[in-house]
Ligand binder design. Structure first.
Ligand code: NAD
Length: 289
């Protein structure tokens, strides 16, 4: 069994990006600039945004974090998005999700200039992704592709089963794995909460991508020998063993399945760190354009 080490791979990618930024800037080019909007003070969102800002500094990007209060109106948030769209110094814009209930997330996503949509969530970028045209790929699915590529996991002709059909992970993942690309060229089955006989389907997977948000849901009786497992899930649970009092669990019962896998991503240290690396990569692409 080979661990798909997202921590190490994301570190390598960040080093590659830092080298490129250094060479762009030292030859008189523009420093990449990522702007993030955070609405409210949700603990998890705060952690994610701070990690993104820290990662920017590490690779030599400029970053701007705009904090808006929980009760900001949709109109004011849209005005903030427009301001950033019109600011030619800013190459990428992310609005940290989820947003408070009174704000229409899709309206905000659609307001972001597709050229600055480094999260790859804008409908026009999702459409370009589906058509296999150059675009910003959503960061988590892009991170998964990058891991498969860097570890030479064969995907062509394989049966890929995706659990979960969210707009940010499961659904784009199913499209990407079926595209005529490397990695790609899989026969894909996208499963979700209404799927019947899930175990019967997952047992036929050569590659199993799990993104449903239920801790340790996938167990060894659900998989076949030699499967490659990508565990996207992140659930925070109380733990006396860790100093922080918390630990992170994936959607896969790692200890139970590991002996049956050819490859597997751990949680933490698998898909999570790759997501930020891909966000930085998308921002660099935007700057170069
Ligand atoms: P979501 O929470 O929006 O949706 C869950 C999906 O799982 C739905 O499509 C639902 O139909 C499906 N589902 C629920 N129960 C099911 C069942 N019993 N059988 C089959 N399908 C079922 O999904 P999300 O936003 O993609 O998040 C999924 C998990 O991935 C969460 O734990 C989240 O924290 C994590 N996540 C991690 C990263 C990362 O960078 N590692 C990024 C995004 C999300």
């Amino acid at each position: 069994m080979i661990i798909l080490d997202g921590k190490k791979t994301s570190h390598d990618i960040k080093e590659e990006i830092a080298v490129e930024v250094n060479s762009i800037v030292s030859s008189g080019g523009k420093t990449p600039h990522l702007s993030a909007i955070l609405v409210g003070s949700d603990g998890a969102s705060e952690t994610y945004v701070n990690a993104k800002v820290k990662a920017c500094a590490k690779v030599g990007f400029q970053s701007t974090l705009i904090r808006l209060s929980e009760d900001v109106s949709e109109e004011d948030l849209l005005a903030e998005v427009k301001k950033i769209n019109d600011n030619s110094d800013i190459d990428g814009l992310i609005v940290q999700l989820p947003l408070p209930k009174h704000i229409n997330e899709m309206k905000v996503t659609e307001a972001i200039d597709p050229k600055k949509d480094v999260d790859g969530f804008h409908p026009s970028n999702i459409g370009r992704m589906a058509l296999n045209l150059p675009t910003y790929l959503p960061a988590t699915p892009a991170g998964i592709l990058e891991l498969l590529k860097r570890y030479d996991v064969e995907t062509s002709g394989k049966h890929c089963v995706v659990i979960g059909r969210s707009h940010i992970v499961g659904s784009p993942m199913s499209i990407l794995m079926s595209r005529n690309n490397i990695p790609g060229n899989c026969t894909v089955t996208l499963t979700h909460s209404r799927t019947q006989n899930l175990k019967g389907i997952t047992k036929t997977a050569d590659i199993l991508i799990v993104a449903l948000g239920k801790a340790e849901f996938v167990t060894s009786d659900m998989i076949k020998e030699g499967v490659c497992i990508i565990d996207v899930g992140i659930t925070r649970v109380r733990s006396d063993k860790n100093k922080s009092g918390w630990k992170l669990l994936g959607d896969v019962n790692f200890e139970d399945v590991k002996e049956k896998c050819s490859f597997i991503t751990p949680v933490p240290g698998g898909v999570g760190p790759m997501t930020i690396a891909m966000l930085l990569q998308n921002t660099l692409i935007s700057t170069k354009k």
